[in-house]
Design a protein around this ligand. Structure first.
Ligand SMILES: Nc1ncnc2c1ncn2[C@@H]1O[C@H](COP(=O)(O)OP(=O)(O)OP(=O)(O)O)[C@@H](O)[C@H]1O
Ligand SMILES: [Mg+2]
Length: 363
C-alpha cells in the first residue's frame, strides 16, 4: 500500500455478490454471453482451425502491443515471420514474442485444464523476454501517461503480492456455476492488474489471461476473442474505470465496460471470420476456374494461414518439389491471387486481399 494513497488496500476475491450482480450488469452479461456463443458456433464452422487462430492471434499480438506503444507495420511483422531475418526491429520482435506467449498459455490450459501462478510467470517471461519474474523490489507505481501523476500504487511487499496471487489463481481456477464467467473475467482482470505482480508486461499478460479464462470456462474453444482493439479505442475509460474501482471499491461501471468489450468484440470477430471464409471460398473458386491444375485445397488454406507465403512453406505442406512449389506460386501470381516481393534472396508471395482484410476494422 502506497504512502498517503487516496484509496483503500486491495481486497482479496471474491467481492460481495450484490456489488457485482446489479440489474444492468446482468442485462449486459446476457448480451455479451449471446454474442460470444454465436462467435463460438461460427468459429467451429471453419474447417481449418489453425488457419483461423493464426490469422486472429497475429492481429491481436499487434494490437495488444500497440497499447504499450510498440508499433510495427503489418509488412515488417509478416516479413519477419516468413523469413529469418537478423535485423528485425525491437517492436516486431516484441509482437512476435507476444504471439508466442499466447500459444504458450493456450498449451498450458489445453494440457492441464487449469493455470498455476508459475504458468503466468512463464507467459510473462516469454512476453517480455527477461526472467525478472514477480516483483521483489519496491518502487513500482502506476502513473498517468500525460500528467505523470501517480494514480495507483500496487502492493509493494513480495509476500503480500504472493498472497494476493494465490487468492487470484484460486478464483481463476474455480468453477462458479451460478456466476456468469464473463462477470468473473472482468473481476479477475481488475484484480490481476491491481496486484500488478510484474515490473512490466502486466497489461499484456492480463489480456492473455482473459482469453485463457474464457477457454477454461468453455465459452470459446480456441484463442480468438481479444479485447485489445476495444481497449485501445476506449483507453481513457479503461484506465479511468480501473482507477475508479481502486478508489471506491465500486464494481459496476468497470464490469459493464468489460462486458461491452466482450459483446462488441465478439460481433466484430464474427464479421471478420465470415469475411475470411467468404474470401477463402472466392479465392478457391477463382483458382479452380482460372488455374485448375494449380488448385489444391491445402494450398489455398496455406495462403490463408498468414498473408505471406514462400516456396519453402509450400514444399513442406504439400510435400512437393521446390520447382513445383515455385510454379504454383507463380501461377497464382499470374491470375492475380498473389503478389510477389523480393526481399534479399527470398521471394515472398502476398495474399493482398487477406492482408487488407486482417488489418481493417469490420464495418
Ligand atoms: N489504476 C490502475 N489500477 C490497476 N491497473 C491499472 C491501472 N492503470 C493501469 N493499469 C493496468 O496496468 C497495465 C500496464 O501495466 P504494464 O506496463 O506492466 O503492462 P504492459 O503489458 O507492459 O503495458 P500495456 O498494458 O500498456 O500494454 C494496463 O494495461 C492496465 O491494465
Ligand atoms: Mg509496460
Amino acid at each position: 500500500m502506497g504512502q498517503n494513497a487516496p484509496y483503500p488496500a486491495l481486497e482479496k476475491l471474491p467481492p460481495k455478490r450484490e456489488s457485482i450482480e446489479t440489474i444492468s450488469i446482468l442485462r449486459q452479461a446476457n448480451k455479451a454471453t449471446a454474442a460470444l456463443a454465436e462467435l463460438k458456433g461460427i468459429a467451429k464452422t471453419i474447417p481449418n482451425q489453425a488457419m483461423l487462430i493464426n490469422a486472429i492471434v497475429l492481429q491481436e499480438a499487434k494490437d495488444s502491443s500497440e497499447i504499450e506503444n510498440i508499433i510495427t507495420t503489418q509488412d515488417e511483422l509478416y516479413t519477419a515471420l516468413t523469413i529469418n531475418q537478423t535485423n528485425v526491429s525491437p517492436a516486431t520482435k516484441e509482437v512476435i514474442n507476444y504471439r508466442k506467449a499466447i500459444f504458450l498459455g493456450f498449451d498450458f490450459v489445453k494440457n492441464q485444464g487449469f493455470l498455476k501462478v508459475n504458468d503466468i510467470v512463464n507467459v510473462q517471461q516469454s512476453l517480455v523476454g527477461n526472467s525478472a519474474g514477480i516483483r521483489s523490489a519496491p518502487g513500482t507505481v502506476l502513473k498517468n501517461d500525460k500528467t505523470g501523476e501517480i494514480v495507483y500504487t500496487p502492493p509493494q511487499d513480495k509476500q503480500e503480492i504472493l498472497d494476493l496471487l494465490t487468492n487470484f489463481i484460486d478464483h481463476y481456477n474455480k468453477e462458479e456455476p451460478d456466476l456468469s464467467p464473463l462477470i468473473n473475467m472482468a473481476i479477475l482482470h481488475y484484480q490481476f492488474e491491481s496486484i500488478h505482480p510484474f515490473y512490466d508486461g502486466n497489461g499484456r499478460t492480463g489480456r492473455i489471461l482473459n482469453i485463457l479464462f474464457l477457454i477454461l470456462n468453455r465459452l470459446i474453444d480456441i484463442p480468438i476473442l481479444y479485447l485489445s482493439s476495444y481497449i485501445i479505442e476506449n483507453k481513457q475509460d479503461y484506465y479511468g474505470l480501473l482507477n475508479h474501482t481502486n478508489r471506491t471499491g465500486e464494481w459496476e461501471e468497470w464490469i459493464l465496460f468489460m462486458l461491452r468489450a466482450v459483446e462488441s468484440t465478439s460481433l466484430q470477430t464474427i464479421k471478420k471470420i465470415n469475411a475470411i471464409r467468404n474470401l477463402l471460398e472466392s479465392v478457391a473458386t477463382e483458382v479452380q476456374h482460372s488455374a485448375p491444375k494449380t488448385y489444391k485445397k491445402e494450398l489455398i488454406e496455406l495462403l490463408f494461414e498468414q498473408p505471406y507465403s514462400k516456396i519453402e512453406f509450400v514444399v513442406t505442406r504439400l510435400n512437393v518439389e521446390r520447382k513445383a512449389a515455385s510454379r504454383y506460386l507463380r501461377e497464382l501470381e499470374n491470375i492475380g491471387i498473389l503478389e510477389s516481393h523480393k526481399i534479399g534472396r527470398e521471394t515472398l508471395y502476398i495474399n493482398r486481399r487477406l492482408f487488407d482484410l486482417l488489418k481493417d476494422k469490420m464495418q
